[in-house]
Write a protein that binds this ligand. Structure first.
Ligand code: ZN
Length: 182
């Protein structure tokens, strides 16, 4: 069993991505690296990178989602920590055999096309832990998923934080020859 390899990102719940960008992007200089609409989790996520690790801003889009309840009950703030592992299925098996409470007993497809699993804070001494198994295809999957969001957001006028529209426009210009920015 290998150790987790590194912290991939720290997840923060925010009620306004644009407001959060004023600090995390404009203040600290992190760059918007990736944006995805995750209807299954009732949230839009924006990943900000320093070129090595990332901060994930999670904004609820569905008032009935778990993430929305989290925001309502606790306010904006730290939501989860994500660690990279090499053999996610093997990890989950081992943790389960130790009696660790897993939210995902099997790896599920997460943002950016990665295999992920969440571990319940009850078993981690109080913090929601996300495990990632990276795939070599991740850059292409990220691009395709963000491209889909760019199309929807920019063509259908879907409400997405203004601060990430520049990122989405850039993507869309890469993928399509025309420039449709309403
Ligand atoms: Zn995350």
């Amino acid at each position: 069993m290998t150790s987790t390899t590194r912290i991939n990102h720290i997840g923060l719940v925010v009620d306004d991505i644009d407001e959060a960008l004023k600090f995390w992007r404009d203040g600290l200089g992190l760059k918007v690296a990736y944006v995805e609409d995750v209807p299954g989790q009732g949230a839009v996520v924006a990943f900000l990178s320093n070129g090595n690790q990332e901060v994930e801003l999670v904004k609820p889009t569905d008032e009935h989602s778990g993430i929305s309840r989290f925001l309502q009950e606790r306010g904006p703030g730290m939501h989860h920590i994500c660690l990279e592992v090499v053999d996610l299925a093997g990890y989950l098996e081992r943790l389960q055999s130790m009696g660790v409470e897993l939210i995902n007993a099997e790896p599920v497809l997460g943002t950016g096309g990665r295999l992920i699993a969440f571990i319940h804070p009850k078993s981690t001494h109080g913090v929601l832990v996300e495990l990632y198994e990276l795939t070599p295809e991740e850059p292409e999957i990220r691009l395709a998923l963000a491209g889909e969001l760019a199309d929807r957001a920019l063509i259908q006028g879907q409400r997405v934080a203004a601060g990430v529209l520049g990122f989405l426009r850039g993507l869309r210009q890469d993928q399509h020859s025309e420039d449709d920015t309403n």
